[in-house]
Write a protein that binds this ligand. Structure first.
Ligand SMILES: Cc1cc2nc3c(=O)[nH]c(=O)nc-3n(C[C@H](O)[C@H](O)[C@H](O)COP(=O)(O)OP(=O)(O)OC[C@H]3O[C@@H](n4cnc5c(N)ncnc54)[C@H](O)[C@@H]3O)c2cc1C
Length: 575
């Protein structure tokens, strides 16, 4: 049996979920000795990634502890880790009561992920898997003559793998970039414990956004002792819904794959947005035993304090059944999205996208109480209708223009600091991340109009500009959002990772017959680097220098120069 090398680009929660499931499955199937793994991570540690990095205790998971896991089909994986290791963590999380139903600090989940990474590393090595962890940023992928990817890194070392999984997380926000270099503009609030250190306690602050990241920002500031006035401002001014304390998992009965397939079969293959709403409505009304009171759920006429007060009351009093149903759609959401027509996807994204996010990504009641207290004490102001943010050089303040057409309220918020808490970008075509730029430029990838890269739905494989899928490269997480829609939930990403593990291992287990791949012409090498410069290398001698190639040792080549099968030694940087 042959041996394969699988490379994981990005060691955040999704990369670690892939790695864990890959090793577990390879061991279970007796394939471990036929597997080498490369893990590329820009940061020194793998596991927490961005969302679950070390940070303030008040930055909570928006999902119950018993639904957070790095292993598909094992929902209690994190809980079992807490049972075993929770006591060791208590000293760093003094305000946290560990409980299956609790919304725990995200950084605690990050510790679980870091531990998971170490455990998986040990398991892999014990079963003969050679794992190489590379602390460097991947800047480029090149398709070799047999279509295997050659992975280029910032350190100047290149590697060859049979499979690459891109799990590189979210792209930096591309909003308000004109302010990026202005002192006092904070591009991202995370980690919030670093952010608060740079903002004087009495400074005036405008937080752009009213979603969960904006709430993390406000609570981190106030818990660190911030005294100055804080304004939260977004286009809609809508705070998220509050997550019910008594919600239980729901099993879908109408919105199932079988039901959708049947429905499409008898309706000419079409699933309309209206049909999805109808199925969802049926799910909700069946569990509530009542007609859905959408007006009550949306509560859109209420003022901010009334809204949050009413939300807290509903969350604290009984199970919010509509939320239980909406959360349960995680098990099918990618398939529903896949079956919708392009027009319906567009309608959803433009008309309902923001509403869906506010009601689907709800705030844990513990943080909602804190927000309510700040609103009551007049410590924060929440506004909608942001139309423009500029910096006034003369008065040295930021000016956030508010033009709320619904309430006909207009004003300009002046602040010494502006924090961009509007989230991240999924628009690959606007990104300056070198790997993204290079994949697009080489036409090995193309943008999906709904975000991220175009992918093959079943396998997650990257689809190139010519429309064919690259069998050796797949994508998970944020850059897969246009294909799978809800890639900002751990359980969805873990399930999709599991599917890609099975696809990768099927090559080894021989469950899929492997046809010879047509050899691809390798494009002239031109890499965009982190510094944004472009380098070209057409002569094979330059490639030899670049990759430190001495002799033909493998069957792959870059422009006729053989590349070693696994590690290619570092040499001169061309750029
Ligand atoms: C603030 C926040 C809170 C969230 N909270 C929740 C929650 O409570 N529950 C939930 O289910 N979901 C939550 N999510 C959504 C989802 O779970 C996260 O988006 C998830 O962390 C994504 O993980 P990731 O591994 O894809 O990305 P990341 O966590 O961003 O990790 C990507 C990793 O890849 C590395 N990397 C990137 N590019 C390269 C490269 N070129 N070469 C080498 N390394 C690279 C980065 O250094 C990073 O460590 C949250 C998301 C955010 C942003």
């Amino acid at each position: 049996m042959k041996k394969i090398t699988i490379a994981i680009v990005g060691g955040g929660s999704v990369g670690v979920a892939y790695f864990t499931q890959l090793i577990n499955e390879a061991v279970r199937q007796g394939l471990s000795r036929h597997l080498d793994v490369l893990i590329f991570e820009s940061q020194k540690t793998s596991g927490p990634g961005y969302a679950y990095q070390a940070d303030f205790e008040c930055n909570l998971l928006n999902t119950r502890a018993d639904a957070m896991s790095a292993v598909a089909g094992d929902k209690r994986h994190f809980i079992r880790w807490l049972e075993e290791h929770g006591a060791d963590q208590a000293v760093d999380f003094p305000q946290t009561v560990i409980d299956d139903h609790a919304f725990l600090p995200r950084s605690l989940f990050g510790r679980y992920l870091a531990h998971q990474y170490e455990q998986t590393m040990a398991l892999a090595r014990a079963h003969g898997v050679k794992v190489t962890a590379v602390t460097s940023t991947v800047t480029d992928l090149i398709s070799l003559s047999d279509q295997r990817p050659c992975i280029d890194t910032e350190s100047g070392v290149a590697y060859v793998a049979d499979r690459v999984v891109l799990s590189m997380g979210n792209l930096p926000s591309t909003r308000f970039t004109q302010l990026n270099d202005v002192a006092g503009f904070v591009r991202t609030p995370y980690p919030t414990r670093d952010m608060v250190r740079n903002i004087p306690a009495n400074a005036s602050v405008c937080v752009l956004g009213t979603g969960l990241s904006a709430i993390d920002t406000v609570l981190s500031l106030t818990e660190a002792g911030h005294q100055g006035k804080i304004v939260m401002a977004s286009r809609t001014g809508r705070l998220p819904s509050v997550r019910g304390t008594f919600n239980r998992p729901h099993t879908l009965t109408h919105l199932t794959r079988a039901h959708i397939d049947n429905f499409c079969d008898v309706n000419g293959g079409q699933l309309k947005l209206h049909d999805v709403f109808t199925m969802l409505l049926r799910e909700i009304e069946e569990v509530t035993g009542d007609a859905l009171d959408l007006k009550r759920i949306l509560n859109s006429g209420a003022g901010v304090l009334d809204y949050i007060t009413s939300e807290i009351m509903q969350a604290d009093n009984a199970e919010r059944l509509w939320q239980s149903v909406i959360y349960s759609t995680n098990s099918i959401i990618d398939y529903v999205w896949h079956r919708l027509s392009r027009d319906d996807k567009q309608v959803f994204q433009t008309t309902f996208g923001s509403l869906w996010s506010s009601y689907r990504v709800s705030v844990p009641v513990k943080n909602a109480h804190k927000l309510q207290a700040l609103l009551k004490a007049d410590r924060i102001l929440v506004l909608g209708g942001v139309s423009q943010v500029t910096y006034n050089e003369a008065s040295k303040v930021f000016e956030t223009r508010i033009d709320d057409r619904r309430s006909a309220f207009r004003t300009v918020i002046e602040s010494e600091y502006v924090i961009n808490a509007t989230g991240y970008s999924v628009q690959v075509e606007h990104s300056d991340v070198p790997l993204v730029v290079n994949l697009l430029r080489r036409k090995l990838a193309k943008p999906n109009e709904f975000g991220g890269f175009e992918l093959d739905f079943e396998t997650g494989r990257l689809v190139g500009a010519a429309g064919e899928a690259w069998p050796h490269v797949s994508v998970l997480g944020s850059l897969a959002t246009g294909t799978y829609f809800w890639t900002n939930a751990m359980d969805v990403n873990v399930r999709l990772a599991r599917r890609q593990v099975e696809d990768a291992l099927s090559v080894l287990s021989g469950s899929i017959s492997h046809t010879a791949l047509p050899s691809a012409r390798v494009p002239r090498r031109r890499s965009v680097t982190r510094r944004g410069r472009t380098a070209s290398a057409s002569a094979s001698t330059r490639h030899s220098r670049r990759y430190g190639l001495k002799a033909a040792q493998g069957n792959a080549s870059v422009l006729g120069v053989p590349v070693r099968g696994e590690l290619v030694s570092p040499t001169t940087q061309l750029v």
